[in-house]
Design a protein around this ligand. Structure first.
Ligand code: BGC
Length: 388
């Protein structure tokens, strides 16, 4: 009897081994990326992020999570998420069953709970775009304690050695481009009055944008009012601009708005206050609404950050880490210190977009089509701008 049950146990074990061998390969441990020190100067071409030939990569069984910060800014659910998902799918990852997507809706505490939930649900990689660059260190520390690599996506996660990679744009450059474009648009004005509507005080990118813009504008223009915008909220930007207009009796020559959402809020405030003509206003993200405002002449410029390559390279990197494959050295083109470690980074190049180059940038890249931009309301302006 005893002998019989032993034989049965051996048979069962053999059967399960055979089944396992026939099934998909077990998930390999994530690569140890801590020793990556192949930092070199950032490239100047946004196409620089290499596309990785995944044909020979092993299959990935485990789950991964992407944690995005908010939904009020259009890019996250209209660009970042779909491009990330599509790339993963193309690589053979089971997006339907194994990708955990969570959005914190601008709430840092919520993001921490979401990260905990993702780890509990078996995420083996975290792609994290932090609401709060500082407090998100808790998330990266927690991931590290469970051997889960963290890719800090678009915004830097500071204060933790649990951040394995950082993928973003040259964010100080973004601010410099905004500042320079505004300064150029104000040429001929003596000591022009500028209002600065910066981004969220908890977002490391926002301080980089601000720093970049100040490096160009300080000493050259009169920055009469300056605000940080909690949560990057367009509504709060509108309130701040309304306050500035009241204080300055509507005498504003230019607005440095940190992104298209805050630009939209600022423009709405100026229209409501009867400012006419509108002064030059900057932006960032090349949101459809901003491109349409640029066509109409309501917004002067935006900064186009090619989000597709950003999201795709994040997907490629996450997939490599999940499968335990080696990260090619030429995938990394920089290194950014997060206060604790130098984080191997992939940095892409931002591009200025004004009415003159919409066609050669966002349209040429397929970021927006002429049909999407030039709806009935914008038809005449589009024709005037040579878009159709
Ligand atoms: C991103 C911008 C975005 C802003 C608000 C920043 O960290 O880089 O593209 O507009 O957050 O979400």
């Amino acid at each position: 009897m005893r002998h019989k049950s032993l034989t049965l146990a051996v048979l069962l074990l053999l059967a399960s081994l055979i089944l396992a061998a026939c099934g998909s390969s077990p998930t390999a441990a994530p690569a140890d990326t801590s020793s990556n020190d192949s930092a070199s100067a950032p490239t100047t071409n946004s196409d620089a992020a290499p596309s990785n030939d995944s044909a020979s990569a092993p299959s990935a069984d485990g789950k991964m999570a992407i944690l995005l910060p908010e939904t009020k800014t259009a890019r996250y659910e209209s660009q970042d998420l779909p491009n990330f998902r599509n790339k993963l799918q193309e690589l053979g990852f089971d997006v339907e069953n194994n990708l955990i997507y969570l959005n914190a809706n601008q709430d840092a505490a919520n993001q921490q709970s979401q990260a905990e939930a993702a780890l509990t649900n078996g995420a083996k990689i975290l792609v994290l775009d932090p609401v709060d660059s500082d407090s998100a260190s808790v998330i990266a520390d927690m991931a590290k304690s469970q051997n889960v690599p963290v890719i800090s996506y678009d915004r830097l996660t500071k204060g933790s050695d649990g951040v394995n990679y950082y993928i973003s744009f040259d964010n100080e450059k973004v601010g410099q481009l905004q500042g320079q474009a505004l300064f150029d648009a104000l040429a001929g004005k003596e000591n022009p009055t500028v209002v600065m509507i910066n981004g969220s005080p908890t977002d490391n990118n926002a301080s980089m944008f601000k720093q970049g813009a100040h490096s160009v504008l300080d000493g050259k223009v009169n920055i009469a009012k300056e605000y940080d915008t909690p949560d990057w909220s367009p509504d709060k930007a509108q309130d701040q601009m309304t306050q500035a207009l009241t204080a300055l009796s509507n005498q504003v020559d230019g607005v440095l708005a940190a992104n298209d959402g805050t630009a939209g809020g600022s423009i709405a405030a100026m229209k409501a206050a009867g400012v006419n003509p509108l002064p030059p206003v900057t932006g960032q993200d090349a949101e459809l609404a901003a491109i349409q405002r640029i066509i109409l002449g309501e917004q002067y410029m935006t900064v186009y950050k090619a989000i597709k390559p950003e999201a795709e390279v994040a997907a490629e990197l996450a997939y490599l880490l999940l499968t335990g494959a080696e990260v090619p050295a030429d995938m990394i083109n920089g290194s950014v210190n997060n206060g604790v470690i130098d984080v191997p980074s992939i940095l892409l190049t931002p591009i200025v977009v004004t009415k003159d180059n919409i066609k050669d940038t966002v349209v040429a890249d397929g970021f927006w089509t002429v049909e999407q931009i030039c709806t009935a309301e914008y038809a005449q302006a589009c024709t005037d701008a040579g878009l159709q």
